[in-house]
Design a protein around this ligand. Structure first.
Ligand SMILES: *Cc1c(COP(=O)(O)O)cnc(C)c1O
Length: 451
């Protein structure tokens, strides 16, 4: 079976990011100040982010130029390859044509550096000395640590406790890039101390780690905060994935019927999907788009579309998004990057207006799919990416049952080479499916802010 790989040239790295805010039929709901409940202005966000990123956050320009120093670093791993999954198709005996865009070839093994590099660049330009951030599985922390080391910025990472314990190699990588890493909740911040006082054994959550990182940035002059997902400017930077994929589908001389991405905060999904959805919004047609999330943290499929805080200690502005409630602490399943209580406001908005379908899977089904993929294609997917793999396999199997050949494209957003313990545990039968925590989520949702 021939390997089919679609490779672009260096000069094909996009020169502009694509901003879906330019094509929305109605704008997404404004971000509100947690005190006044009025829309925030750029100055309200200035303690946390440099002005260039704040302007990108609210921009309605369709194309935003990628600075040359950022493109130059992108050149290290971009353009990323797209493959036709011929051996997987054969294994599934499906008439479907399965394509995957592979973001795992970046130095840290995922899509996250696509935004870490420009974020570090704009902070450096603004004279920032130190960046704080949170990380779940450690993918984002290692991406920002790498970008900070490129630009000579200090990097301080709050790592969700359960991942800190499960994934020591990711921590090692962050430290290798020169970052300092603290398990969250920690005793270093008010937010962390108050959680520990109530729950000394807290496994942590992205919401808690965000509180710690934001608190530090808000209370120090030379320090700002960087977020690896959710925000509009993060989704903007990730659009390079979809823009390149469009060119590669042209090389394949094929269209896309079904487009699939996994969703934690929504950035790799938006990265591959938004350029396609934008075309659809402009009336040029486009694929059915599916967001895949874990059943144990189902913000799009079971959450409420409402204003909520981005963090547990309620330090962030209020955004309208699909949320499970900012106090919800998801169980410790292995796709750490998908353990966030909320969903990007832009992804939530597009789901709300019917442009995006959402589905959820339990962890055992996703690991089963990941091993099937690895045995066919050789790449071991990140546990997060297994959610997209599982959906692609399910759609390909439907094609077999219905006897139709559809074109399926999914984002293989990272490799799982740092996640071997999860695979070892799965193969040893030690992983379990977590029940959807109905009561806890109902409780967290009851605490949504009144707007
Ligand atoms: C961080 C991460 C995710 C989840 O974040 P999104 O913003 O939803 O993309 C998914 N996959 C991988 C490999 C990650 O590193």
């Amino acid at each position: 079976m021939d390997t089919i790989k679609y490779l672009l040239q260096e000069q094909d790295i996009p020169k502009y990011w694509y901003n879906i805010q330019s094509d929305l039929p109605e704008p997404a709901a404004p971000v509100l100040h947690p005190g006044t409940k009025q829309p925030v202005g750029p100055d309200d966000l200035a303690p946390l982010f440099p002005m260039e990123l704040i302007m990108q956050e609210v921009s309605t320009e369709r194309e935003i130029e990628i600075p040359e120093p950022v493109r130059d670093i992108y050149r290290q791993w971009r353009p990323t390859p797209m493959y036709r999954a011929r051996r997987l198709e054969q294994m599934l005996d499906t008439p479907a044509r399965i394509y995957y865009k592979y973001e795992g070839i970046s130095p840290v093994g995922s899509h996250k550096p696509n935004t870490a590099v420009p974020q570090a660049f704009y902070n450096k330009q603004a004279g920032v000395k130190r960046l704080t951030t949170e990380t779940g599985a450690g993918q984002w922390g290692s991406s920002l640590a790498m970008a900070c080391s490129f630009f000579g910025i200090e990097c301080e990472v709050y790592m969700v406790r359960v991942s800190y314990d499960q994934k020591p190699y990711r921590r090692g990588l962050m430290e290798a890039y020169g970052a300092s890493v603290t398990a969250s909740p920690s005793n270093k911040t008010n937010a962390g101390r108050s959680i520990l006082a109530e729950h000394p054994d807290s496994t942590g959550s992205l919401g808690i780690a965000i509180s710690e990182a934001v608190e530090l940035a808000a209370t120090s002059d030379d320090t700002k905060y960087a977020l690896g997902s959710v925000l509009n400017h993060v989704l903007l930077h990730q659009s390079v994935i979809g823009l390149e994929s469009m060119r590669q589908m042209e090389m394949a001389d094929d269209g896309v019927d079904i487009l699939i991405g996994c969703t934690g905060g929504g950035s790799n999904f938006a990265g591959i999907a938004f350029p396609f959805i934008g075309k659809k919004l402009r009336g040029e047609g486009g694929p059915r788009v599916i967001a895949v999330e874990p059943s144990a943290c189902p913000s799009l499929t079971k959450g409420k579309f409402a204003y909520d805080f981005g963090d547990t200690a309620h330090l962030t502005p209020l955004t309208k998004m699909h949320t499970l409630g900012s106090t919800f602490v998801p169980p410790g399943f292995h796709a750490g990057g998908l353990r966030y209580h909320g969903m990007a406001p832009l992804v939530s908005h597009l789901h709300d207006i019917g442009e995006i379908d959402a589905i959820s899977y339990n962890q055992l089904q996703t690991f089963r799919a990941g091993l099937q993929f690895a045995q066919a294609e050789g790449i071991l997917p990140a546990p997060e990416a297994n959610h997209a793999v599982a959906a692609a396999i399910e759609e390909a199997e439907k094609c077999r049952e219905e006897g139709v050949s559809k074109s399926i494209l999914f984002n293989l957003c990272g490799h799982g080479n740092f996640d071997m313990q999860a695979y070892i545990d799965y193969q040893a039968g030690k992983l379990v499916d977590y029940e959807y925590a109905e009561e806890e989520i109902a409780m967290a949702l009851a605490g949504l802010p009144v707007v």
